[in-house]
Design a protein around this ligand. Structure first.
Ligand code: ZN
Length: 482
């Protein structure tokens, strides 16, 4: 059920026709009646509908997202193409608006699946698409159904306003980004022709707003960290629990994990992550700004102190170094048997440029335990170069972000996790990432968490900004000069 509350500033924020706006502000709209109304008149209402289509992965049903988007794009002359996968729940949705073909396409990639919820920890139904207090609540509001809504609305506006295009604009709502294997890597192997482009936009950087609502910075991701899993295996003597021995496999695993608990990987910056921290130095309050400056330019003691202080923020900590997270421990099967082996899985996120083999070797050196073997269980994807900020798409996005939020600084960004960008970056195609709406740090923490939400006004601003970016990148020169 979608509730549009009386107090919501929704109607004025999204510029609905007056009659519909008046009806919205006085009505409780059920999902059933919502389907008959022109809900797509606004990004917020489209997002609300998308949230109601529960695409939690697993199982990650994305056909229902295609069912919502299909009619919108077809009605405006887009070529719609729904690509099934061997998993019947998961489809990829393409909508292509044809340009004159003089330039290669621009692609917008937004994943249609979301992660699951701890429902009891939410203050609202996470799959009701609730709009209240000026915000849309629900799983995926930020990651990444809000992105689907902004990307889709901006692309649909190109058709509504009959903008002449030099290149095709391809909108893709893809399956299985939060899982695998039916993700964009699968799609690229099967249907590269549908997704080939000069450059692409996806999720990634942030538009962070201060407590007073002004935007502090806009970060546009140009590369992602790489993921690998490392398994620790301890072997010991399997015997009766009444006669313990010093080589207990569980103790060996515990010793290794305890070492990790007091270990910190060294600082490592990429050129783009260094620019990101320079931006924080320039846009933060005096005390924080001093810390960021010392982190980048201080003496060894200042760098170390700044690192410790800044690392209290888990996101910033993860941007400065390779990270190691123990995620699974396995061993033992009954209380009177000492198991002969035990295992722990470490999820490792590597800064671009780090050598995975060398990293595993550094862990062996750290543990220095003959009872323990350290192996790479899943290798990271091949290294890719960062997408260059000289690209037309980066420059256009940066310029329009600056036009939308003049008070903000714009910076390239290293994304702390993995995204669907690898499918393009590994083929040499630049991908730039942004969650295209201003959010606060508190809202950022709700991503993949509880009461995930994004403000209606942020969605409106993001749609404006992105629409102008598309016009700048894909609009024909002739069309622009009129
Ligand atoms: Zn995401």
């Amino acid at each position: 059920m979608l509730r549009v509350l009386r107090s919501s500033p929704l109607a004025w924020a999204v510029g609905l026709p007056f009659a519909y706006a008046a009806w919205c502000t006085t009505a409780t709209v059920t999902a059933a009646t919502a389907g008959a109304q022109p809900l797509t008149d606004s990004t917020a209402l489209l997002l609300s509908r998308l949230i109601q289509a529960n695409s939690s992965n697993p199982p990650g049903h994305t056909q229902q997202i295609a069912d919502i988007l299909g009619p919108l794009f077809r009605a405006r002359g887009f070529q719609v193409d729904i690509v099934p996968t061997p998993d019947s729940a998961k489809v990829h949705f393409f909508a292509r608006l044809k340009g004159n073909g003089s330039k290669k396409p621009l692609l917008l990639a937004a994943h249609a699946d979301v992660v699951g919820v701890e429902r009891e920890k939410w203050s609202v139904d996470p799959f009701a698409g609730v709009i209240k207090d000026g915000a849309v609540y629900g799983r995926g509001a930020i990651d990444f159904k809000g992105g689907i809504a902004v990307f889709a609305r901006a692309a649909l506006l190109l058709a509504d306003r009959k903008v002449p295009l030099d290149r095709d604009v391809i909108f893709l709502a893809e399956a299985d980004e939060e899982g695998a294997p039916m993700n964009t890597s699968w799609l690229a192997r099967q249907h590269w022709d549908k997704m080939d482009a000069e450059f692409a936009l996806n999720e990634g950087g942030w538009i962070i707003k201060r407590e007073d609502g002004r935007v502090q910075y806009v970060s546009i991701s140009t590369s992602d960290k790489r993921v690998m899993n490392v398994v620790l295996t301890a072997k010991g003597t399997s015997t009766h629990a009444s006669m313990p021995l010093p080589d207990n496999a569980l103790v060996t695993i515990g010793r290794a994990l305890a070492k990790l608990g007091s270990y910190e990987t060294p600082l490592e910056f990429t050129p783009d992550s260094r620019r990101f921290f320079e931006t924080l130095a320039a846009t933060s309050d005096a005390a924080s700004g001093k810390l960021f400056t010392e982190l980048l330019h201080g003496t060894a003691a200042q760098v170390s102190a700044a690192d410790r202080a800044i690392s209290r923020d888990a996101l910033l900590h993860s941007l400065m170094r390779n990270t190691i997270a123990p995620v699974i421990v396995a061993g033992g099967f009954r209380s009177n048997v000492i198991p002969g082996s035990a295992e722990a899985t470490l999820n490792v996120r590597l800064i671009p440029g780090s050598d995975p083999e060398a990293f595993v070797q550094s862990l062996r050196t750290l543990f220095n335990d003959p009872l323990l073997t350290v192996t790479m269980a899943s290798a990271p994807a091949a290294a890719t170069a960062a997408s260059a900020d000289t690209s037309l798409l980066y420059r256009a996005l940066a310029a329009e972000a600056k036009a939308q939020w003049p008070e903000a600084q714009v910076t390239p960004y290293l994304f702390q996790a993995g995204t669907d960008a690898a499918a393009w970056r590994s083929r040499g195609i630049p991908v730039f990432g942004i969650y295209p709406y201003p959010i606060s740090n508190d809202e950022l923490r709700r991503m993949h968490g509880n009461d995930e939400r994004v403000s209606v006004e942020s969605l409106r601003q993001g749609t404006e900004m992105l629409y102008r970016t598309l016009v700048r990148v894909a609009g024909s020169t002739a069309g622009r000069s009129r």
